[in-house]
Structure formats: structure tokens, C-alpha cells
Design a protein around this ligand. Structure first.
Ligand code: UDX
Length: 432
């Protein structure tokens, strides 16, 4: 099939490359000329394990191409995936759909034969209806079908998630489009992915409801972790005990910092705004957002207590500053809240991140980037393990202590307390 991905951000690029690898002819379009030129040279603007190799391979064998010519790319394709951003509106909480509607207008004037137009971007319920209205102004309804096909890719695991998804959700009542899309996804369905065809609105909501539910699970275990700390219980025992109940499941029950990233914070806010529009109060999700916003305060208070309320002039090292491991994404990372607060209290921050220097901290004089774990922890008072990179999972801390001993606050519960204590270092973790 000939596919066109509009937007070569995370979703568009990963999906486009993976579709090409399944044997489709894919053209990835973006209005950012520099990005397209980089991609043509095999250079990837984001950090995603395995992505670069797949781009180079499929570009070489001509299954994948890149372009800035939107009109031509649409005309040449059978299926158009809209993969542009739907960030939170500035100063608001609803999704900003301006890019979606701009692209829809452009598609509208380039429909030369039957096309399936798919929203892969996360879009609020009824966005598909709006796109259909835009397209209908210039085109007969026989010439196109608007479908919702949400993505469920996790950053850092995106290629695996694409190739082995739990489910493929197709939102359409159009039989022809349903048949074509089932064919497109057959290689994944035959490997075990569940295939669910629903109404378009249901598919749109499945995405938001899934993300809101996962955010709820994390927030829930984070609050239980707070109780564990007061009652001398290990939260990991609770996660295991709860997870063994098949109705609950063990995943997304790891206590830690506030959830972040490009999806959960934005999507939890957007689903509430959508529900408000339909006069429905999603009180559980509202509490989740509030609790998550409070999470960094709770961890900062813990840091304050670990340092005997003397943060001034203390050297605090962050191992990892992104919102989770295996990504270079800083969006809504809890480090963006914690580091400025610690600086205000007079701390000096050093950080090491496997994905390197972060411009987000450029404006702060007392934030120093280090290019190795060894340099980052040198002379530190407190080392915070903020993300769960493999690089941080078997550090011989004792060998890194030169003179002054540092304490460790393991926000991801990577280490065993007894092993670290055997090394003669003070160790703190979450929910224990
Ligand atoms: C998420 C969804 O998982 C994915 O399906 C959707 O398409 C996009 O949003 P992603 O943002 O890449 O993916 O991150 P994810 O791995 O889901 O983690 C989100 C946040 O939750 C991170 O901050 C992570 O550290 C945190 N988390 C996750 C926990 O704190 N505990 C857990 O048990 C799981």
C-alpha cells in the first residue's frame, strides 16, 4: 500500500518506518526542511533505540522516503496518516487542534482518488467528525473515509510496541476502509495482536481512557507508597501482591517520581476538558492530576529530611533527568520541577544523563552537566537516581566515593537497601 505520514515527530516517524519495514511504500512528510534533510541523510532527530537502523535500511531499499511536498505526497498515496502534534493549548488544558485542522484543509484540496484519512495523533472525541466536515466542503463523501487509529507506543520501546502491539484499534463504520486497514495490519494481527474495530468516536476515547487509566494506576501506587513509608511496609510487596490479581495486573504499579512525558500529563487534562464540554465530571482523573502535581513536593520534602533540612550549598547529583529511561525527552519530567526548587533552596546540582546535555537547564548557573557517572557523583552530598536506565542499575558506588561519602536517594527502587548499606553508604528509596 502507498502510505503518507504527515508529521515526522515521534508517532509519524516510528509508525512510518515500521510500516515501510512491513513492505509498504511510505512517504514521511514534514514542513520542517532541516528535519527532512537530516532524515534523508539517515540522521534521526529523536533518541529511540533501533530507529536509526530501520530508517537507514528502509530508505536504502526505497520503501521509505521523506518529503516536504505535502500535496504531491497526498496525491500519490492511498492512506494518509495525520501524525501532527496535539499539545495542550497555551494557558489552557484542552488539546490544541490547530495543526490537525490546518493539515485537514491541505488534504481536502489534494484528494484526487479514494483516500483513507487516519488520525494517529491523539485527538479528542468528535475530532474525526470535524475533519469529515472540512473534507466534505470540497469533496464528495465517496472520495474519502475518515478513520481513527490511535497509537499506543511507549517512548524507548516504540518499535517493539509497534511490531508487537497488545491491540490494533480501528475506529470506523465504513466497511471498505475497515477491510483495507485490517489488511494493512494483518502482519501484526497474525503475530498475536488483538484487532478491534469500533466506532470512530469510541477509538478516539479508547486512547484517552487508556492513558488516563495508566496514569491513575501510577498515581494510585505512588499514594500507597506514601502510606508504606509511614507504616514500615515495602511498596514493592504491595505491587506484587496486587499485581497477582489478574483483574489488576502487575504493570504500571512501580512507585516513583511524578509521571511525566508527552502523553499522560497532556491527555489527562484534555479528557477532562472534553468531558466538561459534554457536562460530565471525571472526578477520578481530576484527583489523579492533582495528586501527580503534588508528587514532586512530597519527594522534595523527603530530600529536605534526608539532608536534615540543610539544602544550602549541598551538592545534589541527578542520575538521569528525562521523564523516564531510554528516551531523551524532557517533556513534563519531574526533574524540571525538582531541580529549580532545590536551586532556590541554595543547592548546587550536577547531573549525568545517558542522552547528554539538556538545554532546559541552560538558564541556571548552578546546574552542571557531567559526562560520566563518576564525575557527576564526585563530591556529591546526595545522589538521586531519577530514571531507571540500565546504566544506573549496577553502579559500584563504593568505588566512586573519594573522601566525602554521599547518600543515595533511589527514586526508582533499583537497588537493594541492604547491599548499598553493606557498602557503607546511606540509602533511601520510595515507599519503604
Ligand atoms: C505512554 C503510554 O504508555 C503509551 O501507550 C502512549 O501512547 C503514550 O504515553 P510514554 O509517555 O512513552 O507512553 O511513557 P510510559 O512508559 O507509559 O511512562 C509514562 C510515565 O509513567 C513515566 O514518567 C514513567 O516513569 C511513569 N511510570 C510508568 C511510573 O512511574 N511507574 C510505572 O509503573 C510505569
Amino acid at each position: 500500500m502507498k502510505l503518507c505520514m504527515i508529521g515526522t515527530g515521534y508517532v509519524g516517524l516510528v509508525s512510518g518506518v515500521c510500516f515501510a519495514d512491513l513492505g509498504n511504500d511510505v512517504i514521511c512528510v514534514d514542513n520542517n526542511v532541516d528535519k527532512i534533510n537530516l532524515l534523508k541523510k539517515g540522521k534521526i532527530p529523536i533518541y529511540e533505540p533501533g530507529l536509526s537502523e530501520l530508517v537507514i535500511k528502509n530508505f536504502k531499499n526505497k520503501k521509505l522516503n521523506f518529503s516536504t511536498d505535502l500535496k504531491k505526497s497526498i496525491k500519490d498515496s492511498d492512506i494518509i496518516f495525520i501524525c501532527v502534534g496535539t499539545p495542550t493549548k497555551k494557558g489552557g488544558s484542552s488539546a490544541d487542534l490547530s495543526q490537525i485542522y490546518k493539515v485537514s484543509k491541505e488534504i481536502s484540496s489534494s484528494i484526487n482518488k479514494f483516500k483513507i484519512i487516519i488520525t494517529k495523533s491523539t485527538v479528542p472525541v468528535t475530532t474525526g467528525d470535524e475533519i469529515e466536515k472540512i473534507l466534505s466542503k470540497k469533496n464528495s463523501k465517496k472520495k474519502f473515509s475518515v478513520v481513527s487509529n490511535p497509537e499506543f507506543l511507549r517512548e524507548g520501546e516504540a518499535i517493539r510496541d509497534f511490531v508487537y502491539p497488545d491491540r490494533v484499534v480501528i475506529g470506523t463504520n465504513d466497511k471498505k476502509a475497515g477491510r483495507i486497514l485490517k489488511n494493512l495490519y494483518t502482519p501484526l494481527i497474525s503475530k498475536g495482536a488483538s484487532y478491534l474495530q469500533t466506532s470512530r468516536r469510541a477509538a478516539e476515547l479508547i486512547k484517552y481512557a487508556s492513558n488516563a487509566f495508566l496514569a491513575t494506576k501510577i498515581t494510585f501506587i505512588n499514594e500507597i507508597a506514601n502510606l508504606c513509608e509511614k507504616t514500615n511496609i515495602n511498596v514493592e510487596d504491595i505491587s506484587i501482591g496486587m499485581g497477582l490479581d489478574k483483574r489488576i495486573g502487575s504493570r504500571f504499579l512501580r512507585a516513583g517520581p511524578a509521571y511525566g512525558g508527552s502523553c499522560f500529563p497532556k491527555d489527562t487534562k484534555a479528557i477532562i476538558t472534553t468531558a466538561d464540554k459534554f457536562k460530565t465530571n471525571l472526578s477520578v482523573i481530576k484527583s489523579v492530576i492533582k495528586s501527580n502535581e503534588n508528587r514532586s513536593k512530597i519527594l522534595l520534602d523527603r530530600i529536605n529530611r534526608i539532608l536534615n533540612r540543610k539544602i544550602k550549598n549541598k551538592i545534589i547529583t541527578f542520575l538521569g533527568v528525562t521523564f523516564k529511561a531510554n528516551t531523551d525527552d524532557m517533556r513534563d519530567s519531574s526533574s524540571l520541577k525538582m531541580i529549580p526548587w532545590l536551586l532556590k533552596k541554595g543547592a548546587i546540582i550536577k547531573y549525568f544523563d545517558p542522552t547528554g546535555y539538556k538545554t532546559e537547564f541552560k538558564k541556571f548557573k548552578n546546574v552542571i552537566n557531567k559526562t560520566s557517572i563518576k564525575d557527576a557523583v564526585h563530591r556529591a552530598d546526595l545522589v538521586i537516581i531519577h530514571t531507571e536506565w540500565n546504566d544506573f542499575k549496577s553502579i559500584n558506588f563504593k568505588s566512586l566515593v573519594k573522601g566525602k561519602k554521599f547518600m543515595i536517594f533511589d527514586m526508582r527502587n533499583i537497588y537493594s537497601a541492604s547491599k548499598i548499606k553493606d557498602q557503607g553508604l546511606k540509602y533511601f528509596s520510595v515507599g519503604k
